[in-house]
Design a protein around this ligand. Structure first.
Ligand SMILES: O=P(O)(O)OC[C@H]1O[C@H](OP(=O)(O)OP(=O)(O)O)[C@H](O)[C@@H]1O
Ligand SMILES: Nc1ncnc2[nH]cnc12
Length: 173
């Protein structure tokens, strides 16, 4: 199957769960896509492709971004830095606050994200854009460079593209 059809097949595996985690939210569940070896590989390859050779570290946003970031780092031979929800890192070096579709949150990063690193930022879903924007701020606060940001799925009605306009997105809903 061609890369394009693998990606189309991967898109069909995202499951929509109504009213999760709260009434009115149509939750885009990527677990069936992750569980499918071909779909997972095709998506991770497509996420990193525009940036290949230009980054030396992948930053993944907790929690679902970690799943893609780990795979992307191994695939591209780069390191990985987790952007963790506040309170989970033993020695956070920087913090950023943000809002999302169903609440507010903060993320933190350790000192392992060094000044001068060239970083690819990864997550699963772009909704309001608050999470990816906070990830960018956090990376830049450490003196590192965001070479690019990518995610699987954009929820177009939530307007996140205006907040993080250069994000590379595979699918829209
Ligand atoms: O564009 P935004 O409005 O910021 O929303 C997108 C974020 O929302 C979800 O994270 P969430 O923190 O809900 O959950 P997770 O820990 O399951 O990844 C998703 O994984 C993105 O990180
Ligand atoms: N509707 C949604 N589905 C999955 N992840 C999300 N993150 C923010 N909104 C979401």
């Amino acid at each position: 199957m061609s890369a394009t059809s693998e990606i189309a097949r991967a898109r069909s595996l995202i499951r929509v769960v109504p009213d999760h985690p709260s009434p009115g939210v149509a939750f885009q569940d990527i677990t069936p896509l992750l569980a499918d070896a071909r779909a997972l590989r095709a998506c991770v390859e497509a996420l990193v492709a525009p940036f290949e050779g230009r980054f030396d570290l992948v930053a993944g946003l907790e929690a679902r971004g970690f799943l893609l970031a780990g795979a992307a780092a191994v695939l591209t031979g780069t390191g990985l830095v987790p952007l963790r929800k506040a309170g989970r890192l033993p020695a956070p070096a920087a913090r950023a606050d943000y809002t999302l579709e169903y609440g507010t949150a903060s993320i933190e990063v350790s000192e392992d994200l060094r000044a001068g690193s060239r970083v690819l930022l990864l997550d699963d879903v772009l909704a309001t854009g608050g999470t990816l924007a906070a990830g960018r701020r956090l990376i830049e606060a450490r003196g590192a460079e965001v070479v690019g940001a990518a995610c699987l799925l954009e929820l177009t009605a939530l307007g996140g593209r205006a907040v993080v306009p250069d994000t590379h997105v595979l699918f829209a809903a």
